[in-house]
Structure formats: C-alpha cells, structure tokens
Design a protein around this ligand. Structure first.
Ligand code: ZN
Length: 441
C-alpha cells in the first residue's frame, strides 16, 4: 500500500517534511524547518536557542524533528540517545531552496541521495559560503533533475515540473507508485515573472489524473489583508518611484528573490542609474553566472556596482571581490544616481553614506500582525527613513498564489482528494468541490 506521512507543514506555514512510502521505496519530499514549532520553545532575540553543539538532542527532546532510525548523520546523532544505523530511506527530493523546505537537510545522513534542480544547488552552495548556515556535508550525495525527467526510486516514478515562485529553481512533483498517483505542489504562484511555468505544472498534473493532490495554501485565509500585487506592478511602480526621485533609492528585498533583483536591475538600467548590490548578492550571482535563468555578471555588468561595507575583518569570499567594490564615499557622492540594495540589518550604513533625501522601496512582506518582531523592524525602518529624509514605500508581490488562484488550480487539476499543506487554514479547502483530507502531523 502507498502511504503518506506528514512530519511537518500541517496547520503551519512551512516545515514541510512529507514521506511517501511504497512497496519498495521511502522518499521524503522537502525537509524544512518548522518556524512555528521552534517559536514555541525558543526566542533567539532573547538568546534562547537550541544548543546546536549537541546536534539533534534538543530537537528530539522537544519533538521538533521526527525521531526516525536510519535517517540522520553520525554527527547529528552523536549527542543523542539514538544510535547511528545505516540509511533506511532512499532519497530526499527538494522542491526549492527556501529554509522552511530545506533547512533540516543538514542533519540527514550524507549517504542518502538528495535530489534538486541545479539552480537550487547553486543557490544553496552560495548560501553556505556566505552565511553560517550549514547545508551540505563534503560527501553529500547530490543529484540533479529538471523538467521532463522521470526518476525511478524503487517502484516510485517521480517527475519534477517547474513552477513559478519567489526563488528560481522551484519545482512541483508528479509521483506514481504504480498503485497510486500523487501530486505535490511545493510553493507556487501565477503572478510572478514566469506564470507559464506554473501553468505547465497545473496542466501536467491534470493530465496525470492524480488520486491525491498535496498543495500549499499559504495565503488561504478567511480574509486577505495584504495587497495583492503582481511582479509586473512592482516593476512599474519601482520605475515610477525611481524616475521621480532626485535622491538616493534604497531597495530592500529577500536575498534569494532574484525576480525582484531583476525588477530592481531593469529599473536601474531604464533610468540610467547604477544598481549597488552587497557582496553576498554578488557571490550568489557569480554562482548562477552560467545558469540558464540569465542573470547578469556582477563584475562585468556596467549597471552593477558592489558595495564593500567597512568592516574590521573580512571573509575570504569577500576579499576576492574587494578589487571590484565601491565604498560609502562613492555612494554619498553619486547618491541621486544610485539604487542601493540594503538589507535591514545593515541600515547603519546610512550613517556613513549620509543620504540627503530619497526613497526607500521596502519590497518585502508587510509586517505580520501575529509577529511582534516584524512589527518592530517595520517601526525601526521608518525611524531610519525619517532621520535621513527618505520616503518609505511598501511595495511587494507575494511568492504565493492567492486563495482564489489555489482553489482554481485544485479544481482544474481535479484530484480524487486534496491534502492542504503549508497553510494555517486547511479547513477552508472544503469550499472547493474536491474532497479535502485534513491530516494530522
Ligand atoms: Zn518557498
């Protein structure tokens, strides 16, 4: 019998860990971190965090990660009561490189192959290089897939199909066990720069005639309070703001949102301005240099400059970029000619840059009502804006399809049953004409 077990992603946004078992195979789809579960026990802002030096000890004790034999690495188990044993799982498939889908990968036994798109690996390699995030072991067994592939794992046949999301290299999967057909959406949207990819996924899913559709519902809620912009709208608005701006422009976006990078890039190009990026972004663009998604080379491209923050000590990967970098003085002198990408935690750079006036384009989620930290950040950013005589603009297109779009996909794919994941409101899926299964974690 084909069996699906959900070790995360149920009644929460993120933390997807979906195990599909057939007669001959055991495969996990995504292996991400559950933010809400972690929040029940830890407050990093108050210095209360899991003791990572003990591997999975705290995670097991608090039930933050499933206690499964034959899944984790020797390293991760070293300080726990579980004794290491040879792998009992055949593969992990990653839908895309977002934390809530990949980040517990660091505990997986490197002998278990991990399948992902090539773009995903490049993004994760750059993340591992430029942050303190550990993702891969030196001997991790990484395998690539692309749309059109059919991968056999025992009696499971898995076909990845590209989808549009707020990070490149995102996929959904058609999974055939011979006995049952299952579709898993990963995260997706239809209002980004490549809606055709999501359309391809929906069409292929429909033709597949699935028994079960496992689909995300991030934005499925009774009432949507956020603005529902498309990426095209964000681009048009950014161009308008920059065109009218006589001072410095700050662009703030999620680090892996490369559609938004391209929006800022073409905004700069069209207005004859320079786009100043961080060394981290430059590193990511270099990792993706000959990837078919077609991003510019940060060193050769004339529109792009790299900003070297003044630090007391630099990492090796930063040193490699330094000869190509500009400093705060350059930005100060050319401020009306620059769009500067600045992460919120680097706002203090404004003290050195000394902008006279300008516009901030906050191109990230509005603060979450239920999250006091994001409300605090929002307040703080507005204080910085006011101090430096800059106007604060909230302008964002979500990485996720709206409730209406998700429900339309469900009814179009027409599975026998639908299982909502990555949502706080799975019960609302009962409004669709498809039988909804509300599963327990
Ligand atoms: Zn995502």
């Amino acid at each position: 019998m084909t069996k699906i077990t959900f070790y995360g992603g149920i009644k929460e946004i993120g933390g997807n860990k979906i195990l599909i078992e057939s007669k001959e195979a055991k495969v996990f789809f995504d292996f991400g971190q559950s933010f809400s579960l972690l929040d029940e026990f830890f407050v990093p802002e108050a210095y209360l965090s899991p003791r990572n030096r003990f591997g999975l000890r705290d995670y097991f004790a608090l039930n933050l990660i499933p206690k499964l034999k034959g899944l984790y690495s020797k390293d991760a188990l070293k300080h726990t009561e579980i004794v290491y044993s040879e792998p009992e799982y055949d593969a992990i498939f990653l839908s895309h490189p977002h934390m809530d889908h990949f980040s517990h990968l660091e505990y997986i036994d490197p002998k278990i192959p991990v399948y992902m798109g090539e773009t995903t690996e490049r993004i994760l390699r750059s993340t591992q290089k430029t942050t303190r995030t550990k993702i891969f072991y030196d001997d991790s067994d990484i395998k690539h897939f692309r749309t059109g592939n059919r991968i056999s794992i025992g009696d499971l046949e898995i076909s990845p199909i590209h989808v549009d999301h707020s990070v490149p290299g995102a996929y959904g999967f058609l999974i055939d066990s011979g006995e049952k057909r299952i579709v898993y959406s990963g995260d997706l949207r239809s209002h980004g720069k490549k809606p055709k990819m999501t359309e391809d996924f929906v069409n292929a899913s429909k033709t597949f005639e699935p028994d079960v559709l496992i689909i995300e519902g991030t934005r499925v809620s009774k009432k949507e309070t956020r603005k529902n912009h498309t990426e095209n709208f964000v681009e048009t608005e950014s161009k308008r703001i920059v065109n009218n701006n006589k001072g410095l422009t700050l662009g703030m976006r999620y680090p892996k949102d490369l559609d938004r990078f391209q929006t800022f890039y073409s905004t700069a190009k069209e207005n004859g301005k320079e786009l100043v990026i961080s060394p981290k972004t430059a590193n990511l663009l270099l990792y993706l240099k000959d990837d078919p998604i077609g991003l510019p080379d940060p060193i050769k491209d004339e529109t792009i400059k790299i900003y070297n923050r003044e630090k007391l000590k630099y990492n090796d990967w930063e040193k490699e970029l330094q000869t190509h970098c500009i400093d705060s003085e350059y930005i100060r002198q050319n401020q009306s000619n620059i769009i500067l990408e600045l992460d919120s935690y680097y706002m203090a750079e404004l003290i050195d840059i000394k902008p006279e006036k300008g516009e901030i384009i906050h191109s990230m989620s509005e603060p979450f009502e239920e999250d006091p930290v994001s409300a605090m950040v929002d307040n703080v950013l507005r204080n910085w804006a006011e101090t430096f005589n800059m106007t604060y603009n909230q302008l964002h297109a979500s990485g996720h399809a709206s409730k209406e779009e998700i429900f339309k996909m469900v009814e179009e794919i027409k599975p026998k049953k639908v299982i909502p994941v990555h949502t706080k409101n799975p019960n609302l899926f009962k409004k669709t004409v498809i039988e909804t299964i509300l599963v327990k974690k």
